[in-house]
Design a protein around this ligand. Structure first.
Ligand code: BJ8
Length: 424
């Protein structure tokens, strides 16, 4: 057994607290994931990711940097930050942990108590020194999306080397122009940080690699339209979460294997839950590692999640970057256009998200929609009324949930979810 403690120590982490966190997450993983029946065999890749997430994967990234195969590690908190640009500079893009409560007392010295748990979480992981992704990041790229994140980054910038992208609030022709300029500013920043000049060859290869990852995720997602569903929502969610952290080629290969096995299972009528199990489309706030609470509740209550209209779901993989560009400028424009299609609730109006939700519910034969907002997330709380209206008009049963990362509401949520599953 390799001892990772010296590595964590060299990153400046709090070893005792981090051991505690790993123990708790390991326990949760066992209780939620390893108790599932009839998982596809290829989900063993997810167990590998979960086991290595704070250890082997971090060592691998640091070793690559040491060997000169990678330039910098670049962390981010939002799917609006284009990973293609980081890859083109031989950087390693990582999504930063923000899915569990940590060091709340310290957090509340800098941020209001009534801040969304995702924001409190990344501040807590930093202040508690328990996230090796945050500690090993040479640069953290934030984005002006919701007010909470925007203001919290002002504090985070006192803790880490940070760069913030400006994201428009409206999708139209003029904001697309500003957004393209913003993407090019990021490219210049990453070039400078990594000491690499982006060439057409580099950017083309990066676009191709990330498109490959997104295609693999699309292929896996498509198998979930079958009844019985070949793979659980929990495992599907973790697959997208892994896509923010693991090595791109390894992950793409593993997801294609999962998709191939799921395609065979669909042919054979084999599922993770019996045919006729109530099917749920999840929509709402993203679920960062290790936030698996709600999917676990839905599936332990006898439902199966068949799709996610969220940033840890379809919004991450539904669109590809057009590969026809030849110059760096054309390719950066194509990247900007692709990212501009992400229907985050920060945009107004956000009609396309409602259309996407209804379309996904139909394509995946969902029996009901569960719309979730993290507590104190004004954006998704406000938008839930529009989601409800769209669901009603499409004749699809709907349920809204507001929750956080703590377990206190689990019993009450379970009762509500069971009741919902019975009525649909
Ligand atoms: S593109 S959804 S990943 S911003 S839950 S922190 S919105 S108060 S995460 Fe997001 Fe990018 Fe949009 Fe997607 Fe704020 Fe709400 Fe908290 Fe949130």
């Amino acid at each position: 057994e390799f001892d990772f403690h010296p590595m964590w120590e060299s990153l400046g982490m709090n070893l005792a607290d981090h051991d505690m966190l790993l123990g708790a997450v390991g326990q949760m993983y066992g209780d939620m994931f390893l108790t599932q029946n009839n998982r596809p065999k290829s989900t063993s890749y997810l167990d590998f990711v979960a086991t290595n997430i704070h250890s082997g994967r971090i060592k691998e990234m640091l070793d690559k940097k040491e060997a000169g195969e990678a330039t910098k590690i670049v962390g981010s908190f939002c799917v609006y930050v284009p990973e293609e640009i980081v890859l083109a500079c031989d950087g390693i893009p990582v999504g930063l942990c923000s899915g569990a409560d940590w060091a709340t007392d310290k957090v509340e010295e800098h941020l209001p108590r009534n801040t969304c748990p995702l924001i409190k979480s990344f501040a807590g992981f930093k202040l508690g020194e328990v996230c090796p992704y945050i500690e090993s990041s040479d640069l953290v790229v934030g984005e002006n999306t919701c007010d909470g994140k925007k203001k919290a980054y002002e504090f985070f910038a006192t803790q880490k080397n940070m760069y913030v992208m400006d994201i428009p609030n409206v999708h139209d022709e003029s904001t697309l122009v500003t957004w393209k300029a913003e993407v090019k500013k990021l490219a210049a920043k990453i070039e400078e940080e990594c000491g690499v000049t982006i060439t057409p060859e580099r950017l083309k290869a990066a676009i191709h690699a990330v498109n490959g990852k997104r295609r693999a995720l699309q292929r896996l997602a498509a198998t979930r339209a079958a009844d019985p569903a070949p793979i659980s929502g929990l495992d599907s969610l973790l697959t997208v979460q892994a896509a923010f952290m693991d090595d791109t080629p390894r992950l793409t290969g593993a997801i294609n294997e999962m998709a191939a096995e799921c395609e065979q299972r669909v042919e054979a009528g084999e599922g993770v839950a019996p045919k006729g199990t109530k099917r749920i489309l999840y929509t709402g706030t993203p679920m960062a590692v290790p936030n698996w609470k709600l999917f676990n509740l839905i599936e332990k209550a006898g439902g199966v999640v068949v799709g996610e209209e969220s940033c840890t779901g379809s919004r991450y993989y539904k669109d590809l970057v057009d590969e026809s560009g030849e110059t760096v400028d054309e390719m950066l424009d194509a990247i900007a256009e692709r990212y501009f299609k992400i229907n985050c609730a920060v945009f107004t109006p956000n009609h396309q998200r409602m259309k996407d939700i209804v379309q996904m519910a139909k394509d995946l034969h969902a029996d009901g929609i569960v719309d979730v907002a993290l507590q104190f997330c004004t954006l998704y709380e406000m938008e839930s009324f529009a989601v409800e209206k769209a669901a009603e008009e499409a004749g699809i049963p709907f349920m809204h949930i507001t929750t956080d990362y703590a377990g206190e509401d689990a019993g009450q949520l379970q009762t509500r979810i069971e009741a919902f599953l019975e009525t649909i």
